[in-house]
Design a protein around this ligand. Structure first.
Ligand code: DBV
Length: 256
């Protein structure tokens, strides 16, 4: 059955998708706000393709749920699902630049080789204590609680370090029962803790002055261009949907 969505605010239809409960929690968490759709061209709202190894080709679908509200200029969840291909939830919450808030970033990726899970409240002015201190003080204990129960995910590129906080939760897990159980028992409550802290920060944030706002804006631009230039999904999306669609998607939709 195909299901035609007209608005980025309608939840995507992703049958048997691993990350559904995470998206549901996110939508539920933001239901207290007056949400407006974030404008996304129809050609990018839901995209289907065929992928996977030759003998086991399967359909792969990529959908985006996106909205905006006061203090949040963009919340978008990219959902990818294909039977022999993998499944992804990539979530980015971009605060309005007249508030001193971090980005919320989650990258939950299941590929034929295993799960890769990243979660963080990401600074855009990492060396600016007014931007980081009050976040890190509350995030680091939450991070320690959950990261201590997980294997470390390994080194990340040095060029990415300016965009991660000391509360970067990062792990790789095997496919199968063990990995699934860790996702249910550790990753899910960790995600809820990070989201709930983020919502507290959003509620508490006061508008900043114009000079400060301009500085945050520059930091956000810098963050978004880094993510667009270095998007680890580029290879995967290009294989599914070709170069032209993928570059437009990355630059005009995911990290515009
Ligand atoms: N990553 C995205 C978007 C994705 C996506 C929009 C639409 O930013 C998926 C999907 N991430 C994705 C895939 C891979 C990774 C890897 C498919 C696997 C790439 C591969 O193995 O070929 C966090 N994601 C990664 C890696 C890191 C992150 C560190 C490993 C990098 C590597 O192996 O090169 N994504 C990265 C990051 C954040 C994030 C900086 C912040 C929380 O969202």
């Amino acid at each position: 059955m195909s299901f035609i969505r007209q608005s980025s605010l309608d939840p995507p239809y992703m049958p048997n998708w691993r990350w559904q409960v995470f998206l549901d929690k996110t939508i539920e968490a933001f239901s207290e706000f007056q949400l407006e759709p974030y404008p996304i061209d129809l050609e990018f709202l839901d995209k289907e393709g065929v992928a996977g190894p030759k003998a086991r080709r399967s359909n792969v679908k990529t959908s985006i749920w996106a909205c905006q509200t006061f203090k949040i200029s963009k919340l978008r969840a990219v959902c990818v699902n294909g039977e022999n291909v993998g499944s992804v939830l990539n979530l980015v919450i971009k605060p309005a630049h007249n508030f001193d808030l971090p980005f919320f970033g989650a990258d939950f990726v299941t590929l034929p080789g295993g799960h890769l899970l990243a979660l963080d409240l990401q600074p855009v002015l990492k060396n600016d204590r007014a931007h980081t201190e009050s976040v890190w003080k509350r995030l680091v204990p939450i991070h320690q609680k959950w990261q201590s129960k997980l294997p470390f995910g390994g080194a990340i590129p040095v060029s990415a370090e300016p965009f991660f906080s000391p509360g970067f939760l990062w792990t790789r897990l095997p496919l199968g029962e063990v990995g699934e159980k860790i996702i249910d028992d550790i990753i899910q409550p960790a995600f809820e803790d990070y989201l709930s802290l983020y919502l507290d920060l959003v509620h508490e944030a006061d508008e900043v002055l114009e000079d400060r706002s301009r500085l945050i804006y520059k930091g956000q631009r810098n963050y978004l261009s880094y993510r667009a230039e270095n998007d680890p999904a580029r290879g995967m999306l290009t294989r599914f949907y070709g170069n032209e669609w993928t570059e437009k998607y990355i630059h005009q939709v995911l990290f515009d």
